[in-house]
Design a protein around this ligand. Structure first.
Ligand SMILES: [Fe+2]
Length: 473
């Protein structure tokens, strides 16, 4: 737990007072419990428990480390998520972006701080709907820029020094359309690829950014409707598109979250030339499903394309607040010679927030990491309860099962050797028994042994979406 000396080093105009008033509440400094978890009076899960936002920005220094932090772990662990400043939002996806950063150096945890992304939507208190860019979904670094990303808007540039917001980032005026939150970076060329989708034509645009950060190509993709394309992939030759049956519906615009499950539209995976030399997609029909996140895609020796991801048999059939379905790890093989697809479960159990060694992005990977989930029961959202590591060559699976009451967020892999498990895994874990969070660091070669270090946060970190590791240069 936080030590008395650390308590007095907590900083931040409102943060310190919040911590004194609520987290410690006049109790002794070794009081282990965080403040009671919020419960939304309307029962909305994304505003309750550890999904609920924290109210302010704080800093803490010289964090307590349980176990041993590797001395070669030097950099910044970053998380992004939805944290509505008004403490109200119509959907989990529409809250203000909040970044949480943990700086590690030479075996010490130097600081934690959380900062709102200072978007125009936040500062102007724009109406609560998907159209207001909250920059809340992910954070990625490319060509010296650190970008907070949203589903359907331009990025915001962030300073890695203090997580402050530099401003909207439009690639020197070249990006005039939305950028979605899951760009892909080719580990060999250093190029970044991304898509943007929109409710009105042009519905889908594909973009290429060179290794120096210049947006060099934007291609309007031939498609006659707008579907929610949360993720996409690259291979060495292709951009891989997921046209799945969550469509924009202009009749729902006033709802602020205008998506509809339309299973009759079917589902398909598309291949577009990666170099952007054509706007024509070759589509492959798959069994109807939805997928937020994919592990990777690659080409086989026969020229087939394999895509692995986290499949939901349906999504939001009973409304867009439903998050009770548990995703399954899935594999699709696109057979270009016949235009057919072979698909099957990748392994038993559940999986989402997939990760690989990003040095294998677009090439066949050996090791896949993901979160596994509890049986949802009668709850409204499936809760992660551990981390899975799959060796695709042997089929062996190893699991870290979190302690009862602990819930990990997306886990990222930091390579340290040549092997795809030679390195560290990092995850922000919420401990429901203390109502606090910690950053867990694992040796990826022995994930199942549990964290080699836990860096204790000064208070809970709400469950978020995506993060990254920014190594010291
Ligand atoms: Fe995502």
């Amino acid at each position: 737990m936080i030590a008395r000396r650390d308590l007095f080093r907590l900083a931040g105009a409102s943060g310190a007072s919040f911590l004194f008033a609520h987290a410690f509440g006049g109790c002794a400094s070794d009081e282990p419990l965080g403040p009671p978890l919020p419960e939304d009076p309307l029962g909305r899960w994304w505003l309750s428990g550890n999904y609920a936002p924290v109210p302010d920005e704080i800093e803490a220094f010289d964090l307590e480390v349980e176990g041993s932090l590797p001395s070669d772990l030097n950099g910044l662990f970053l998380r992004n998520g939805s944290n509505p400043a008004t403490r109200d939002s119509l959907h989990w996806f529409t809250g203000d972006g909040m970044l949480h950063g943990v700086r590690l150096e030479a075996g010490r945890a130097l600081w934690y701080r959380n900062r709102f992304v200072r978007t125009l939507a936040l500062d102007a208190t724009m109406p609560d709907n998907l159209a207001a860019n909250r920059a809340n979904t992910s954070i990625r670094a490319h060509a010296g820029k650190l970008l907070a990303l949203y589903e359907v808007a331009v990025p915001y540039e962030i300073s890695p020094e203090d997580l402050s917001t530099v401003g909207e980032y439009d690639f020197a005026g070249q990006l005039r359309r939305p950028m979605s939150a899951h760009p892909k970076i080719d580990p060999t060329t250093g190029e970044m690829f991304f898509i943007g989708y929109a409710p009105f034509a042009p519905f889908l645009t594909y973009h290429v950014v060179d290794a120096r950060g210049a947006l060099t190509r934007s291609v309007e993709v031939e498609i006659d409707h707008s579907s929610m394309m949360h993720d996409f992939q690259i291979t060495e030759s292709w951009a891989v598109l997921f046209d799945l049956p969550i469509h924009f519906d202009t009749e729902l615009l006033e709802s602020g979250f205008p998506f509809r499950w339309v299973p009759e539209a079917g589902a398909r995976i598309g291949l577009l030339p990666r170099d952007g030399s054509s706007s024509t997609v070759r589509w492959f029909e798959i069994d109807t499903c939805f997928m937020f996140h994919s592990f990777n895609a690659y080409e086989t020796a026969e020229g087939r394309v394999v895509v692995e991801g986290c499949r939901l048999p349906s999504l939001w059939a009973d409304g867009t607040s439903d998050a009770s379905q548990t995703p399954s790890p899935w594999r699709w093989e696109l057979r270009l010679e016949s235009g057919t697809v072979a698909e099957d479960r990748l392994f038993d159990g559940s999986a989402d927030f997939p990760q690989i060694d990003l040095r294998r992005a677009g090439r066949e990977h050996r090791v896949a990491y993901s979160l596994q989930f509890d049986d949802v029961g009668d709850r409204e959202i499936a809760a992660p309860n551990g981390i899975t590591k799959l060796d695709r060559r042997t089929g062996e699976r190893r699991v870290w099962s979190a302690e009862p009451g602990h819930q990990p967020d997306e886990t990222i892999f930091l390579p340290r050797g040549d092997g795809e498990d030679e390195g560290y895994l990092m995850s922000m874990v919420f401990d429901g028994t203390t109502r606090r969070s910690y950053t867990a660091v694992f040796d990826a070669t022995r994930l199942e042994d549990g964290p080699i270090a836990r860096v204790h946060m000064p208070r809970r970190v709400p469950f978020g979406f995506h993060g990254t590791w920014l190594p010291n240069l």
